[in-house]
Design a protein around this ligand. Structure first.
Ligand code: DON
Length: 307
């Protein structure tokens, strides 16, 4: 099976692809990322971690946080309530598209992985105010990673908060149609903090492991989430985790995964291990170009496709 030397070779093979992409620039603070960075960690149920690249480098979760927030609200509110506000179908559209919202009756977002759906999910995080709601979500992240030092990047959160006009439009649309009923600014405050939660690829791989093990954390012997919730999350990873590249990703790689515009990818190989990758150079759909190459090499070499 995989070892560190092999992983390092894969990283070297994937790195040259960075030149075909670019770092996210619509959130100004993300422009500072180095497109040539690439790190990976694989976390096994026995606690073994195999890594390559600069694994101490931290990055923000961005859209990877959507799968964590989804698991959290499903645990708190239950399936019935959550799926009243957000659907289960892939869109085939870019992550920030507003297009399909107007076509559907009732006008609820098609799934929790696109921005409109994720905003509806974040809206459902309970608490007295933004601070309490964020603290509850962050505590869940601490449990998933076993690392209570994890926090968020104020700089990235602030940078997105100041520039997220499209996400604000999605919120106003959702509010007009009764999907959300709170003020837009506090929701944007909570959402941008959620997206700015920061960690390294080892922490990310550990979260992937929990999903891979059906919600059970084998490291702390902790049944973090019920198996059916982990299963729902993994299904969304397959159908919508890589947005309008999810079909191709399922064919070429076949591992439940969720990407973020920071260049992160969280992947869960069911029953076997979690994978965390950071590689900030993105393709035109907002997925890490080197990260996907790396996963393709791994999947082909070790037959990791679930299909
Ligand atoms: O809402 C946004 O646009 C970002 N905070 C997250 C988007 C994202 O990561 C899309 N992923 N590939």
């Amino acid at each position: 099976m995989y070892n560190e030397t092999q992983l390092q070779q894969f990283v070297e093979q994937a790195k040259p692809y960075a030149k075909y992409g670019k770092v996210a620039d619509y959130i100004p603070a993300l422009r500072k990322a180095d497109p040539n960075d690439l790190s990976i960690a694989i976390y096994a149920p026995d606690g073994t971690v195999v890594c390559a690249g600069d694994t101490q480098e931290k990055a923000t979760l961005q859209s990877i946080s959507k799968i964590i927030a989804l698991a959290f609200v499903l645990m708190n509110r239950g399936e019935e309530e959550v799926f009243k506000k957000v659907g289960m179908e892939p869109t085939g559209d870019p992550f920030n598209s507003i297009a399909k919202l107007e076509e559907k009756q009732p006008p609820k977002p098609l799934n929790p992985m696109i921005n409109a759906g994720a905003l509806a999910v974040t809206h459902m995080i309970d608490g007295a105010d933004v601070d309490e709601r964020f603290h509850r979500l962050l505590t869940f992240v601490h449990r998933l990673t076993g690392d209570s030092a994890i926090t968020y990047s104020k700089e990235v959160a602030q940078s997105e908060f100041e520039t997220a006009f499209l996400n604000r439009s999605l919120c106003y649309f959702l509010k007009q149609h009764g999907i959300i009923d709170e003020d837009v600014e506090p929701l944007m405050d909570l959402y941008t903090k959620q997206c700015a939660i920061e960690m390294n690829c080892i922490d990310l791989a550990r979260i992937g492991l929990v999903f891979a093990m059906d919600g059970f954390d084998p490291i702390q012997n902790d049944p973090i989430m019920p198996p059916h919730i982990a299963r729902i999350c993994k299904t969304f990873m397959v159908t919508c985790g890589m947005y309008n590249a999810s079909g191709e990703f399922a064919i070429k790689i076949g591992i439940p995964a969720k990407s973020g515009v920071s260049g992160g990818i969280l992947a869960a190989v069911p029953g076997r291990f979690g994978i965390g990758i950071f590689g900030p150079s993105l393709d035109e759909k907002g997925n890490s170009i080197t990260g996907m190459k790396l996963l393709e090499l791994l999947s082909k070499t070790y037959s990791l496709s679930i299909f």
